[in-house]
Design a protein around this ligand. Structure first.
Ligand SMILES: NC(=O)c1ccc[n+]([C@@H]2O[C@H](COP(=O)([O-])OP(=O)(O)OC[C@H]3O[C@@H](n4cnc5c(N)ncnc54)[C@H](OP(=O)(O)O)[C@@H]3O)[C@@H](O)[C@H]2O)c1
Length: 256
């Protein structure tokens, strides 16, 4: 016979059989989140623009499904939502982009491209998926939305990334507004604010750059897959049922 205490503890942190959708799941932080959820038993929908990358990522994860989509337009968001089967229990709004330019030469496209993907897409994808999230929500195990914000939305970093910083600070505040109004429907909304995780988005990852970057982090290192995976799995489980509207730094102390 099993140990009932251990079984209750495992159930509390379980995501087995829950349906998830992760945007930007073919690279970097999204791939880390998707792997953590799939390896823990969730059925994960892999979203990114490149269909071959979606298929390849899905093929390496148990039970995962490729769902290519471009989230930079309102039409692309709606088209994706139409293809998501309900109920949905976990939505990770991760896809994002960054532009760096001095203030005097920062272009309208530098502004719009970042705002469209980093701030507008999480809002409207969540709106379009509300019926599926409502179908997945129940009081002991709420449906959950996890926004991927950034340390760049918590403090001013060393680079001129005006629209990025504004989009991430906006996403953190959007997290709180959405959490406030979806709480009564048993849907939680939280954000993670990663620090430095080597990925396609992070610049020149030669050893010297990485060492300099690591030195700026109080814990002395950049982030790893398990740093993202652990928090995402926790937020997606019923252990986090009473947490909503939180912005959780995963940054080794960089935002302090
Ligand atoms: N890496 C870090 O240090 C760090 C720190 C703080 C916050 N973040 C945040 O974490 C998130 C992921 O960053 P990352 O560094 O992991 O980025 P990444 O390695 O560049 O990956 C970006 C992912 O988003 C997808 N994507 C890009 N444009 C898209 C679009 N229009 N529609 C759908 N999918 C799209 C990409 O695939 P396709 O190109 O095929 O579409 C890819 O899967 C972002 O929101 C970023 O701001 C990252």
């Amino acid at each position: 016979m099993g140990d009932p205490g251990k079984e209750r503890a495992a159930e509390l942190f379980s995501v087995v059989g829950r349906t998830a959708l992760v945007t930007g799941a073919t690279s970097g932080i999204g791939a880390m989140a998707a792997a953590a959820l799939a390896e823990a038993g969730a059925v994960v929908h892999i979203v990114a623009r490149n269909a071959a990358d979606c298929e390849e990522t899905a093929s390496k994860l148990p039970g995962a499904v490729a769902l290519p989509a471009d989230l930079s337009t309102r039409h692309g968001i709606a088209a994706l939502a139409d293809r998501v089967p309900g109920p949905l229990h976990i939505l990770v709004n991760n896809a994002g982009t960054l532009r760096e330019n001095p203030l005097g030469s920062f272009t309208e496209a530098d502004w719009d491209d970042v705002m469209d993907l980093n701030l507008k897409a999480p809002f409207f994808l969540t709106q379009d998926l509300l019926p599926a999230l409502r179908a997945g929500a129940c009081p002991p195990a709420p449906a959950t939305v996890i926004h991927v914000g950034s340390v760049g939305g918590l403090r001013v970093g060393p680079r001129q990334t005006y629209s990025y910083a504004a989009s991430k600070a906006g996403l953190h505040q959007l997290t709180k507004s959405m959490a406030r109004w979806l709480a009564a429907e048993h849907i939680t909304v939280n954000a993670i604010a990663p620090g430095l995780f080597p990925s396609r988005m992070t610049p020149g990852d030669g050893e010297q750059v990485l060492a300099a970057v690591s030195a700026s982090v109080p814990q002395g290192r950049t982030g790893r897959a398990e740093d993202i995976g652990g928090v995402v799995r926790f937020l997606a489980s019923s252990a986090a049922a009473y947490i909503t509207g939180a912005v959780i730094p995963i940054d080794g102390g960089l935002s302090l």
